[in-house]
Design a protein around this ligand. Sequence first.
Ligand SMILES: Nc1ncnc2c1ncn2[C@@H]1O[C@H](COP(=O)(O)OP(=O)(O)O)[C@@H](O)[C@H]1O
Ligand SMILES: [Mg+2]
Length: 308
Amino acid sequence: MDPIREIDHKFREIANVISLLNMVTLGHYGPVDDQVNQKILQGIHYLKKMLDDANMGIQDLLNKEKELLKMKDEFTSNVNHELRTPLTSILGTTDYLLDVLATLSKEDIEIRLKRINRSGHSLLNVVNQLLDFSRLEAGNMDSRLSEINLNKIFESVKDTFQELCDLKALKLNVQITDIKIINDYEHLHKVILNLLSNAYKFTEEGSITLEAVDKGNDVQIIVSDTGQGIEIEDQQKVFKRFSQGSIENNKAPGTGIGLHIVQSIVQMHGGSVDLESQPGMGSRFFVTLPIQSALIQKADGENHGKKE
Ligand SMILES: Nc1ncnc2c1ncn2[C@@H]1O[C@H](COP(=O)(O)OP(=O)(O)O)[C@@H](O)[C@H]1O
Ligand SMILES: [Mg+2]
């Protein structure tokens, strides 16, 4: 039950006990005997327990509110960091190029341009994440349903990640699939991109795998890695907004909204996201989506069945 309703419920019970106590004491004529005393005593004990419970509920609520405020503070400072780091790198590298361009070899220039390009992409990712987050919070994420060949998305993300994985000497396995699904291309792309970005960020050696399994009425998209894994107590928490795992990773602070975005988009289409992870061994995210998005009933006819 929602904690505020639970507290409200407790207070209603408290009011009931007080009226009962009133009835027992005021409604009783004649001397107060042991039996009546006993009833009053029981009532008072019960009342005390209800008050203690309500008090604990209020404390819990206050603690949760405090935790959320702290997370929001961290989120703001993380966003600041995530925007400034690539920007600083872009500005620093372009300043350097402008200063000494004439003296540099073609290879030197290429290395720097690639660095600028990578920083530009991470900047764009953070900005896109922030936009998606605010659209989802406001409940106005657009959707355009069409028949999508999953392989098309798989190939597009493979292109994006292959070069990055080469930098860390990680093996990237992207399965070839012939599964088709009615969904929103951009949404699916975002979901897979977010999961792969995490897999890449939290994996230093081994491999990252992207695959899809036909489950009849559903499709399961699986992203696995051999990275640092997620502590058992964090495994549900990481889907909450602003929430980050407790394994320290100073190189990759992030903003803590990626998995929240993934889960919100998937749920919007009638699907779910599950996670299996062993700290130190790796993680595996399962996205289960109906072959036909749940939004299809709401979508207007003209979008149906259009090929991507
Ligand atoms: N593949 C993964 N391996 C290890 N930890 C992960 C992985 N994916 C997510 N996490 C944990 O979940 C947290 C939340 O992820 P996310 O919402 O994408 O936020 P962010 O990537 O900005 O930190 C991460 O901070 C990390 O602790
Ligand atoms: Mg992330």
